[in-house]
Ligand binder design. Structure first.
Ligand code: ADP
Ligand code: MG
Ligand code: ZN
Length: 509
């Protein structure tokens, strides 16, 4: 195995989350009752005419810009003819001769921390097929055409991958682009992103590419890793034994962890590609491209740098906050609202060169980041939720943080309310009032609470008096509990220590 180099190229399909299908007005939805979103166009009934959905086009152009390739100003569609029960039209509409994107490059970080460029060969738009379900018990196959006509983007890379880490880093990058562009959720296990891996071996130092196999049915990063490891080993064994690799499609079988032949490519399939006569070529004026460029989001790398520069966040904080667009949006919007809410205050304090205001912004950014990087990421893991699948609004979070900063609630209350906000629409101000969680400065109530604790916690009191300073922490906790978290911790601490000192003085005299 050591004397072979692995060479891989990917074909990545992304299901676009457009409102409607690519060539008809049917809704593009996932997991609805079978054959409810169908029409003469996607069912391939005679005489029905396709019309390109402009939303799908704009998704493709924006992905093309992210991939830094050349957007084809004159792309068009072709028919790829084949019959299959999930394909009612008996052809797929794709872009064979003039794809929407030619060339391109994606930078990935390798294991050693270096940056490697993966070249993009091309990217095109096409329509998805329906879905077949084989019911073994009843011995029938069922077809659902809801997926027929869902827009797909296919990205084809050059054979630039040398190991599984590069493949996964690339797919993560593509998924990030899809998420930030808002064109797909990029979920492998739900099929909204699918990757076929083409793999061949060649002797180290050799230029010419070996014969490849194409692996399909890879629906997780784990499967991709296992399939690559198995297939590279299998090919090495064949070659070592003096055998020949067959140019074929292989299916990865999850259960056995092996790949199996599904279709040999040696007898070349002839799809009889020809220009789709029912669709006009797509001309993209300069203006259109410029408009798309303006709509490009700020991607994580740029965001990370900005968060660190403008807000003084750590590398770790910036990375966590930018990993998902929903997280970045919550952070930025919360900070913006907080700033807006206190605009009058900071305007007055920032007279001259704006310095004090900058420091204020950084402090607030830190506070938002602290609540989000710790508690929020923890809650997501705990609840197995994706970023954005929370009920937390920037309005509520800004309000909560402002109350905490104003000393109206304790840190503990802030964290507790924040955790509740994850699955419930809570207005922090209203909630805190309703449950009496506001810090009170009521001296009498506090004195009563401290006295009660000192009486009930004799053991800790004597520990403290005999020099175990740590006991004070426990006592303070008891006071906070006694006041239902409403005491001002600083005030409570002062009063507690004062009372303990009095006792000590009384004890020694
Ligand atoms: P097809 O049309 O049969 O799918 P393509 O030429 O479009 O074939 O290539 C499909 C993918 O296979 C591309 O990602 C390409 O980089 C990759 N590829 C082509 N030749 C090889 C090879 N010898 N080894 C590994 N990958 C390859
Ligand atoms: Mg292919
Ligand atoms: Zn339709």
């Amino acid at each position: 195995m050591n004397d072979y180099e692995i060479v891989m190229g990917l074909e990545v399909h992304i299901e676009l989350a457009t409102q409607r299908k690519i060539f008809c007005r049917c809704k593009n939805t996932f997991a609805e009752a079978a054959n409810t979103n169908v029409c003469p166009v996607c069912l391939g009934l005679p005489g029905a005419l396709p019309v390109l959905n402009p939303e799908a086009l704009s998704c493709a152009v924006r992905m093309g810009l992210a991939l830094q390739g050349e957007i084809n100003r004159n792309s068009r569609f072709d028919r790829k003819n084949y019959y299959y029960p999930d394909n009612a039209t008996a052809y797929q509409i794709t872009q064979f001769y003039e794809p929407i994107l030619k060339g391109g490059r994606v930078e990935v970080q390798t294991e050693t921390g270096e940056t490697k460029v993966i070249r993009i060969h091309e990217m095109h738009l096409e329509d998805d097929a329906g879905k077949l379900t084989h019911d073994m018990e009843r011995r029938v196959s069922l077809v659902d055409f809801n997926r027929k006509g869902v827009p797909l983007l296919e990205i084809v890379t050059e054979p630039d991958f040398r190991d599984a880490d590069e493949v996964i880093a690339f797919l993560e990058k593509i998924r990030m682009f899809a998420l930030y562009l808002g064109i797909s959720d990029g979920k492998l296990h739900e099929g909204s992103m699918r990757a076929d891996v083409n793999l061949s071996l060649r002797k180290a130092g050799e230029e010419a590419l070996g014969v490849r196999t194409e692996m399909k049915n890879l629906n997780s990063f784990v499967s991709i890793r296992r399939a690559i490891a198995y297939e590279a080993e299998r090919q090495a064994q064949v070659l070592d034994a003096g055998g020949r690799i067959l140019f074929e499609t292989r299916r990865f079988d999850e259960a056995s962890g092996t790949t199996k032949t599904t279709r040999t490519k040696e007898e070349v399939m002839d799809y009889r590609y020809f220009p789709e006569p029912d669709l006009l070529p797509v001309h993209l004026p300069e203006e259109y491209i410029r408009k798309m460029e303006e709509q490009m989001p700020e991607f994580p790398q740029a965001k990370e740098a900005r968060y660190r520069r403008d807000f003084g966040l750590t590398e770790e904080e910036a990375r966590i906050l930018t990993r998902h667009p929903a997280t970045a949006a919550l952070f930025e919007e919360t900070l913006r609202l907080w700033e807006a809410g206190t605009a009058g205050v900071s305007d007055a304090s920032a007279k001259n060169d704006g310095q004090p205001e900058d420091a204020e912004t950084r402090r607030r950014a830190k506070a938002v980041a602290a609540r989000m990087c710790g508690d929020l990421m923890y809650l997501c893991r705990e609840k197995k939720a994706d970023p954005g699948q929370w009920k937390i609004t920037p309005e509520a979070l800004a309000e909560l943080l402002q109350m905490q900063e104003a000393g109206a609630i304790t840190t503990k209350t802030a964290r507790d309310v924040f955790a509740l906000m994850f699955d419930k629409n809570i207005e922090p101000m209203v909630y805190v009032n309703e449950y009496h969680l506001l810090i009170t400065k009521d001296e009498d109530a506090l004195t009563t609470a401290v006295d009660a604790v000192l009486k009930a916690q004799e053991k800790s009191v004597s520990d403290y008096l005999s020099g175990k300073e740590k006991a004070a922490g426990h006592l303070l906790g008891c006071v906070m509990k006694e006041t239902n978290g409403q005491a001002d911790p600083t005030q409570a601490r002062e009063l507690l220590l004062k009372k303990l000192a009095e006792r000590k003085a009384a004890g020694t005299t």
